[in-house]
Design a protein around this ligand. Structure first.
Ligand code: F6R
Length: 610
């Protein structure tokens, strides 16, 4: 989604902004813009990539030591240069960039038009700059005008504003959209996430909702909407700078696929104690007595995170013996869910900023449910709205297609299930030891699968021109099939569906012919015989079957066209292994089709609008 980067200091702002916006490219965008202030404000905008704007800016030698930049992911109005941010007021003295959606923009726009303000774009964001200008015309005070405008907005926003009327200050405000401040020496920054700031400073202030900030070269002042100064903690970011670089890989996605063994090790280290058969979490936020009172768990999330939740449902129910429902976050709040103080809501989100998941958390909180989030980004909005958080320690995930977040989310759910089962005395120390030992084996087993990537590439070469794929599985593997299909469609633009193999004959079987590759997760477990029958049904209709099978299963070779073997493991952990070949298959297919896997069209890494 949209990305914001701002700089105020004594260096050329345009260079800093272009570098910063490049780091935000992964969020997904279609147009970009930069405004700098050197006595006067100047704006440059473009449809397309940051590098295109860079050329434009270089040729104009854009000057100024204060500036703001924006990558726009279109919501209101097409991706055009006019709709790109920053937006000017009518006198071209004030500029703003905005991330989020202003829900009451139409009403505000109508009022402003009645008062003689002219709009040049179709965006909801442009109302903000005119509101500031309207107030400034009366008050001559930019701080007052900024906060006046912000208070009139309904919806979600992260806003950054600079103005010729008050050139030594930059104004920021946020509600439900991320915005943080990097505190430097003789310079300050703001950005939608920490990745573009790290190279300049590790001192971060997380702005909270309903707070606004004023940055100058040597100060950061934060106030609440009543104008009272808020003392903010400066947090030292511990993110490794290499995490936000591609290193030797062509794409972040491939790097992140390879990081999965390490990410899982980081997620379990210092939390799982095999000898004691114990799991411990730092920030669980709900005490054991309260957890024992829980009679139902609702998992809510979107996309890949939802698939992780669907996998987790199996072992939460099996180990901790508590009923679990998994629900799309976007649907959850609109059906008046029956939840109370005995419901534990687990919100899963890599970014911790997904608007639908955040809204579900807020809804659940209002209904007095207890909330634990499983999140990858420390300090993100969802973690701050939750009673407790289990951080996945996947490291920064930049590829738009989520990979290491998925496998670490499953890891976190597995650990939480054992934790709950232990405090409920459902499993004993020896059983927990056994389950944890199996978890510790997983990273090495992933490494073995990664060694098969050439074989997976060969398979991708066979099928990458096909227009459609079907993915099948049963039990946990059904949700792996859904995740495999999601990966395929989002980065290669091939239509792909993930189905329960059992459901195939209730509809999707009609699609099968010699042009339809069917990826079947067919592991040696209690569903094996049934899934083998489903494979035969596909083969009987000339479908092409690619099986993800358990090492040692030589029989399957006779049933299918291609096999990718994965090591045998506990059924509960199998999703972590079986998804790896599907991530690689999607990756190679996308590469063969010439797609940019890290920045797939229309997609955003962090979906901050509902
Ligand atoms: C798919 C993908 C998305 C996200 C979804 C939720 O590869 O990345 O489906 O999983 O947008 O995002 P988070 O986990 O950040 O809430």
């Amino acid at each position: 989604m949209c990305g914001i980067f701002g700089y105020i200091g004594d260096k050329e702002a345009s260079e800093k902004i272009i570098t910063g916006l490049k780091k935000l490219e992964y969020r997904g965008y279609d147009s970009i813009g930069v405004a700098t202030m050197n006595d006067k404000l100047a704006i440059f905008k473009n449809v397309g990539k940051v590098s295109d704007l860079e050329e434009k800016i270089c040729s104009k030698n854009l000057k100024g030591t204060t500036g703001i930049g924006h990558t726009r992911w279109a919501t209101h109005g097409a991706p055009t240069e006019i709709n790109a941010h920053p937006h000017y007021d009518k006198d071209q003295k004030i500029v703003i960039v905005h991330n989020g959606i202003i829900e009451n923009y139409q009403e505000l726009r109508d009022d402003l038009i009645k008062d003689g303000y002219k709009f040049v774009s179709q965006t909801d964001s442009e109302v903000i700059v005119h509101l500031i200008a309207a107030c400034y015309a009366k008050s001559n005070n930019i701080e007052e005008s900024f906060i006046y405008a912000v208070k009139r907005l309904q919806g979600t926003y992260a806003i950054c504003c600079i103005s010729e009327y008050d050139p030594s200050r930059m104004f920021l405000a946020k509600k439900s959209s991320p915005l943080l401040i990097g505190v430097g020496e003789g310079e300050n920054y703001c950005a939608s996430d920490v990745s573009p700031i790290l190279k300049h400073t590790r001192n971060i202030i997380y702005l909270d909702d309903n707070e606004y900030a004023m940055l100058s070269t040597d100060s950061v002042v934060v106030k609440n909407y009543k104008g009272v100064v808020v003392e903010k903690e400066i947090v030292k970011s511990t993110i490794n700078i290499d995490d936000v670089e591609k290193g030797t890989y062509d794409f972040y996605m491939m790097k992140e696929i390879h990081e999965q063994p390490e990410s899982i090790i980081n997620t379990i280290t210092n939390r799982c104690f095999i000898d004691e058969g114990k799991v411990n979490f730092d920030f669980i936020g709900i005490n054991n007595n309260e957890l024992l009172n829980i009679n139902r768990i609702v998992i809510t999330a979107c996309g890949t995170s939802l698939h992780a939740g669907l996998v987790g449902e199996f072992f939460l129910e099996k180990f901790a013996q508590v009923p679990v429902e998994v629900e799309y976050a976007a649907e959850f709040r609109y059906r008046n869910p029956i939840i109370d103080s005995k419901t534990l809501v687990i919100a899963i989100s890599q970014s911790g900023e997904t608007a639908d998941t955040l809204a579900a958390v807020v809804e659940a909180k209002q209904k007095k449910a207890r909330i634990i989030s499983i999140c990858n980004v420390p300090g993100s909005t969802i973690t701050r709205e939750s009673d407790g958080v289990i951080y996945t320690k996947a490291g920064v995930e930049i590829g738009v297609a989520s990979t290491k977040a998925f496998t670490t989310q499953i890891t976190a759910l597995y650990m939480f299930s054992i934790f709950l089962a232990r405090i409920k005395w459902i499993i004993n120390k020896e059983e927990a030891k056994n389950l944890l030992t199996k978890l510790y084996e997983i990273p090495e087993l992933i490494r073995r699968i990664l060694l098969k990537k050439d074989h997976i590439y060969t398979i991708a070469c066979k099928y990458y021109t096909k227009p459609s794929f079907l993915y099948l599985g049963r039990g946990i593997s059904f949700h792996v099939a859904q995740e495999g299909a999601l990966k395929m469609k989002e980065i290669s633009y091939i239509h792909a569906e993930g189905y329960s193999a059992a459901e195939m004959k209730h509809g999707p079987i009609a699609l099968i012919d010699e042009n339809m590759p069917v990826v079947v997760v067919a592991l040696k477990n209690r569903s094996y015989e049934k899934i083998a029958s489903n494979i035969s049904e596909v083969k009987a209709r000339q479908g092409k079957v690619i099986a993800i099978a358990t090492e040692g299963d030589t029989n399957i070779k006779n049933l299918v066209d291609d096999v990718i073997y994965i090591p045998d493991c506990e059924e509960e952990l199998s999703a972590i292994l079986s998804v790896i070949p599907l991530q690689l298959l999607a990756y190679y297919t996308a590469i063969l089709r010439g797609c940019h896997v890290d920045q797939p069209r229309n997609l955003a890494k962090s979906v901050t609008v509902e």
